[in-house]
Design a protein around this ligand. Sequence first.
Ligand SMILES: C[S@@+](CC[C@H](N)C(=O)[O-])C[C@H]1O[C@@H](n2cnc3c(N)ncnc32)[C@H](O)[C@@H]1O
Length: 345
Amino acid sequence: MHDIVQEYYGQTLQHSGDLKTSACCDISQVPEWLKPLLARIHPEVLSRYYGCGLVCPPLLEGCRVLDLGCGSGRDVYALAQLVGPTGEVIGIDMTEEQLAVAQRHHQFHRDAFGYDNVRFLHGYIERLDELGLDAGSFDVIVSNCVVNLSPDKDAVLRGVHRLLKNGGEFYFSDVYADRRVPAAVRNDPVLYGECLGGALYWNDFLRLAQAHGFADPRLTDDRPLAITDPALAARTGNVRFFSATYRLFKLDGLESACEDYGQAVIYRGSIPGHAHRFVLDKHHDIETGRVFPVCGNTWRMLHDTRFAAHFDFIGDFSRHYGLFAGCGGALPFDEGAGNAGAACC
Ligand SMILES: C[S@@+](CC[C@H](N)C(=O)[O-])C[C@H]1O[C@@H](n2cnc3c(N)ncnc32)[C@H](O)[C@@H]1O
């Protein structure tokens, strides 16, 4: 599968418009705050963007960030501006042609930003231990429409868990299916290259993440994908695909379900760009100043991470009140027309 994917992203596709699904977002859907950052990125880098979501969580200044499958580097160069001169962003990709575009414009971005905090490495995301990166050395690992392309997703999650600091997070956008993808779809080289064939059934993904120590995956955004090429759409049958962004915190003590210890948090409104609310995930939109009841896992995601200084914390783990209300198990994605009203990249 590596060969098929390398050929697809190295030679078959020449720019974003060559893709046959709506996985890669329309520039009009880019959030306002991201536009000035993208405006500083070289046009050739932007033209070879093949991501399916937004991989820029809040509060990145000074962070060390790794981008798995960075391609031509759009997200690396956007993140470089968010982490600033005291942070660092490293991009990894296995396709020479993609990395060549990213490297070619390294100096351009150094001049545009006024500092150099970016590195690119040629390598495989299943073999992160071969790249000379220290265990526990990254605050945030991101990835944009890449994990689905990996033939060994187990190895990817194992490597990510190893490289993250305790309290760090894997914040990544990818493609998921509403069921296990049939072999005919999985073995179709174009469907695979288009990020559909290798997509995980969402519930298998949750189990995989939990098996690798990410006990409570949190969904932040999702949208249904439209397969814009009719011939390709016919080959996928009734399988429905979604682009979704998950955040997986590496934290000791996370439980497999949301348990209620009677705890609450108060957001101080102090995270840059998030004065009025902090959105942890799709189910936690925390208004500034309001006492916001949380389960034990959410409490830890705020208390034991880089977000701690921006919250006041009420309660502890001394008394358990049972399961936290509203912990669901149904299809987590919003259904509906492709691209409808979703936050995007
Ligand atoms: C859909 S593109 C996304 C690129 C980039 N993240 C972006 O948003 O433009 C997938 C990228 O992942 C890379 N890739 C796929 N599988 C990989 C693997 N196993 N190891 C390293 N890179 C991989 C491909 O070479 C390609 O550049």
